[in-house]
Design a protein. Structure first.
Length: 119
């Protein structure tokens, strides 16, 4: 079974980051990342840790990088990011609600591209 706490501890060890420093810098209590107390990090905390360690949330949650294909410019598609951003909640939505979110993301992506072209 995958243990996200142990993965974070291993990442910290390879980067010479004390666990206590990560816990303090991320606003967690001392000893929060104790593998004897828990093995799965909640999504909201995984996001904070991923940003701190500059790794993907997918890596923290699953132990694997997201294998989705990058877009033409090498970045992940914004629609892929929706799955990550809403993680558990998104999976519980109806297909109609998911499509609404995808449509909103497409509009946002088009606006961003248009704004980038104007600049």
């Amino acid at each position: 079974m995958f243990n996200s706490v142990q993965l974070v501890r291993d990442l910290c060890k390879t980067r010479n980051i004390p666990i206590a420093k990560l816990e303090k810098d991320c606003g967690f209590s001392n000893g929060y990342l104790n593998p004897k107390k828990m093995s799965k990090i909640p999504y909201d905390r995984a996001v904070v840790i991923a940003e701190y360690l500059r790794v993907s949330v997918d890596l923290i949650l699953t132990g694997e990088e997201n294998k989705k294909a990058p877009t033409g410019n090498g970045e992940r598609d914004i629609l892929d990011e929706i799955d990550v951003a809403f993680y558990g909640d998104y999976k519980e939505l109806s297909e109609d609600d998911k499509e609404t979110l995808r449509a909103m993301a497409r509009v946002m992506k088009e606006r961003r591209a248009k704004k980038d072209q104007e600049n």
